[in-house]
Ligand binder design. Structure first.
Ligand code: CU
Length: 140
């Protein structure tokens, strides 16, 4: 009895695995879910680190922004409608899909901060453009 249960459990596993492999490889079917890129950005006194973020087009990008200063900052990308406010010491995250190729400036919208150096660029490249973005969180 126990042996039968064990066998059927293994069969079930095999069926699930087979189904997964088949749906994963079937050509011409629905497109796979977007790949994800996670990026950590520090908002410092007069800078963002990193100041260049590279991701592949079509990827779902999550940016964690940590404000390590005593001031308010924002993480703003006009073209993508992103405008995240960060209180002193606060951490926020924003998720978006990089649908368009191109170079998008991100900056801090607090008066004078952009001029002081709080800006950088999100570079959305033609996929696949980074061989393995898991090694470095998509950041170069
Ligand atoms: Cu700022």
């Amino acid at each position: 009895m126990k042996r039968i249960a064990w066998m059927s459990l293994r069969m079930l596993g095999l069926v699930i695995l087979l189904g997964w492999v088949m749906t994963g490889c079937a050509p011409g079917e629905e497109t796979p879910p977007p790949e994800e890129a996670v990026v950590n950005v520090t908002a410092g006194e007069g800078y963002f680190d990193p100041d260049v973020i590279m991701v592949d087009q079509g990827h779902e990008v999550t940016v964690f922004i940590a404000n390590i200063t005593e001031e308010n900052h924002t993480f703003t990308i006009d073209e993508l409608g992103i405008d995240v406010s960060l209180a002193p010491g606060e951490q926020e995250e924003v998720t978006f899909t990089a649908t368009e190729e191109g170079s998008f400036e991100f900056y801090c919208a607090e008066p004078g901060h952009r001029d002081a150096g709080m800006y950088g660029y999100l570079e959305v490249g033609e996929a696949p453009h980074i061989p393995d973005d898991n090694d470095n969180n998509g950041v170069y």
